[in-house]
Design a protein around this ligand. Sequence first.
Ligand code: AGP
Length: 615
Amino acid sequence: MCGIVGYVGNRDVVEVLLKGLTNLEYRGYDSAGMALQDCGEVKIYKTLGKLINLKNELEAKKSELNHPTSGIGHIRWATHGSPSLINAHPHTCSCGRLVVVHNGIIENYKELREELIKKGCTFRSQTDTETIAHLVADEYAKAKDLEIAVRNSVKKLQGAYAICVMHKDVPDVIVGARKHAPMLVGIGENENFIASDTPAIIEYTKKTIYLDDNETAVVTKNSVKVTDKDGNIVEKKIEILPWEPMALSKLGYKHFMLKEIHEQPDVIRNVLNGKLYDIDSPINLSEVKLDKEILKKLNKIQIIACGTSLHAALAGKYIIEDFAGISVEVEASSEYIYRKTTTDASTLVIGVSQSGETADTITAIKQAKEKNAHVLIITNRPDSNMARLADSLIPVNAGIEVSVAATKSYTAQLISFYLLAINLAEIKGTLDKNYLKDIKHELIQLPTKIEEVLSNTSAIQECARKFSSYKNFIYIARGINLATALEGALKLKEISYINATGYAAGELKHGPIAMLDETMPVLSILVPGGITYEKVLSNSEEAKARNAKLIALTSSKDTNIDNLFDVVLRIPQVMEILSPAVTCVPLQLLAYYIAEFLGKDVDQPRNLAKSVTVE
Ligand code: AGP
């Protein structure tokens, strides 16, 4: 979604802003722009589409610029008003002296807009953001102080915002403010930065101050002042960012998605590190801050998440119920927040989120906290808003994920659920000792098994080539791999725009079977060792009888299935309960190669955003 970066200092301002925006572009956007303070003037540049267009525009208009000393940049993901030049940020007040960039949604913008029009303001765009520009300009006319004007203005805004404001008459000062949308300040030597997310500044500084809701920051070259809603100075802690700039490089891979798929064995090793030492020692999960006696009696867990994280949550339900015998409900955050839930002080509520910024999940977590539930957050961003709301925090340590389609963060979430479920089982004494050892042994083996899948992807590439012209797919599985079927289908939809749906294999005959013919391939996930294998095999036979083309993803060594299926993708043998960490990988690759064959924008699929910060 939208991204903001601001800079005051001696570097090439255009270069810093473009670099910052480039590092945010994985979030998804449709236009870009920047405002530069240049020798007493504010100059604005905007383009539609990718950042390269903004770069080219700035290159073409280079002669207009003397020596910019500060600026704010923005990438926009349209919410109010179509993706167009007029709606792209920055927006200005009527006289053009004040500029603003904004992430979030102003819910009362229509009322504010009417009031401002009555006062004589001329609106040019359909955006909610332009209202902020006029509002701050109006307050500035009264207060003659940009910081006070911003503080007074944001008191009138309802909704979510992270904003940066500059004024022609206040050179080299950026005023930032936030509520329900992330914003941070990067501290440098004789230079400072302000941004909506850490990748925007990581190439220049690791020293960061995170703004909290209702705070205002005044950023100049040599100073950063943070105040609360009443104007009192707030002493902020400087934190050191955990990321390396290297994380934002493709390291020779064609796409970030492919690189991130290949990182999964090491990601799993990272998650296990320090928590699972050997098969004889208990799991060390000191992150769970609930008393052991409370955990022993725990009998209700609710997991809330969206998208891929919701699929990890579904797998989490199977794992926790299997290992620890605790009843688990799984719900999409966007549903949880608009109904009467049974959450209470005895419920453990688990929020799962790669970004830690998903608006629906943040709202759900806040509601759960209001009901006094203990909130455990599983996230890849320990520096996120969601992490700050956590009573217990399991950081999944997958490293920054740039591709919009989540891959390594999914496996990291899965592994976190295995650790949590084993931890609960050890506290409750619900697992047989030998079974527990087998699970731990297999968990430690998972990275090697995934490496085996990644070391030879030719069959997956061949399958992708063969099936890339189909318009519809069905993915089926039973048991814990239902989560894999849903996630595999989501990956295909997201990056290739092919219609793919995951079903519990047993549900096929209750409706979807009506769609089957030679145009609808069915991909079956078959992991032997449990009770689901034979059943999924029968369901695949039913599909074959309706002329569907069949793809098997299996760890079975049985060569008879090669006669039933058109393509058989084999994975190493793995315990069924742990298999989702392995079965998801070929499906990520299949989606990747199909999208690649079709020439799609793999890392930045249309209409999608990495952090969905609107409800
Ligand atoms: C995953 O490939 C998607 N981009 C999307 O479904 C994502 O998982 C969802 O928006 C939730 O995001 P979160 O994990 O950051 O909360």
